[in-house]
Design a protein around this ligand. Sequence first.
Ligand code: ADP
Length: 399
Amino acid sequence: MTPSDPHDTDRLPDDGQASGSQAQTAAHVVGVAGGGQLARMMFPAAAVLDLKLVVLDPDAQCSSAAVALRTIVGPFDSAACLRQLAESSDFVTFEIERINAEALAELEAEGYLVRPGAKVLQTIQDKLVQKKFLRDHGIPTSSFTPFDPQNTAAPKFPCVWKACRDGYDGRGVAIVQDATALAALPPVAALLEERVAIELELAILIARDAHGETVTYPLTEIVMDPQDHIMDSVIAPAEVSDSIARQCQDIAEALATALGYIGILAIEFFVDTDGQVLVNEMSPRPHNSGHYTIEACATSQFEQHLRAVTGAGLTNGDLLSAAVTFNVLGAQGASGKPHYVGFDGWSESDRVYVHSYDKPEVRPGRKMGHVTVLAENRAAAIEKAQRIKGSIQVVSVDE
Ligand code: ADP
């Protein structure tokens, strides 16, 4: 919609209203670049806040298409599509990093309200730029070096190779044992990280609004699949010392402030075998590690994100119940139309919440949904999740 004064992009008017042409009369519209499950989970929150969502996605059948006010079908790198999204919205945000950040920067310069901003996206979407940002701001992180295949100096093995861009759910990450394995990796811009002796992986969400107010969610423990490097489950709360919890919270505050962040920011940490806290990576959007907030917290990460983006005011994110979330991935060998097994039949009293992402096609390892279980304490939630995990899966119809 009509952009606001370009000099005003970092500041909301005191009442938090957008200055788009319809802002005073109609529900605000948030344009979301990406129409996958993360955008899809914003919709219930949008309804609570009386917001409408328009999405941009290359796939006309993306998870959000059925519920969006409008789906703009087009690639994430298209400046024209991003402009269309901005022109349809009072605020622009994104649920995926693979967006044309330069195009977003241009829109921002014209006065469109992009939140979090294009600069944040540029800093985070390239893992090398992100690592440099962490290092330059004195945030503890594993040592790293840009990977140059022409440079014959052998790194210390084992090390971790990461594609600078477009890696997610472990795609674009490889533990490398020797020079032969390193040479066989795809010829894309990459970095090499020291392999951390990981004791524990943790995550935290922090929301920050345009006034610099923040709300930090509880620290959670993330359990990764050691083979695929994809998140298996998330346990809330994490069981760590006060000192580790404090360090993670302080780092989250420092990063959100240093980035001038608006929205929800997810930060993943390693605790190494010496008890040292290291930032692994940041994600400038709602995150898989925060799905538990839908049922377990006073306000979900999705609502908090939209609140921050639209200036509706942040609200309490307290943890109300111990929870475990596990991902439901497409089964091995599954391909084509999905068949959901064990998704139905849960009642409110079970405190088992099964989410389907309504993807039209299942593939092995594709995120098809997630399940959050609540219980009276952490141990009970872990036990409950383990008990029901095997009964919930997504195969294909012909299996
Ligand atoms: P993605 O962006 O695909 O989630 P990450 O950078 O978070 O990739 O890496 C995925 C997983 O790989 C991590 O959660 C961790 O288990 C493992 N990993 C990543 N970096 C390192 C490292 N430097 N040392 C040891 N393990 C690592």
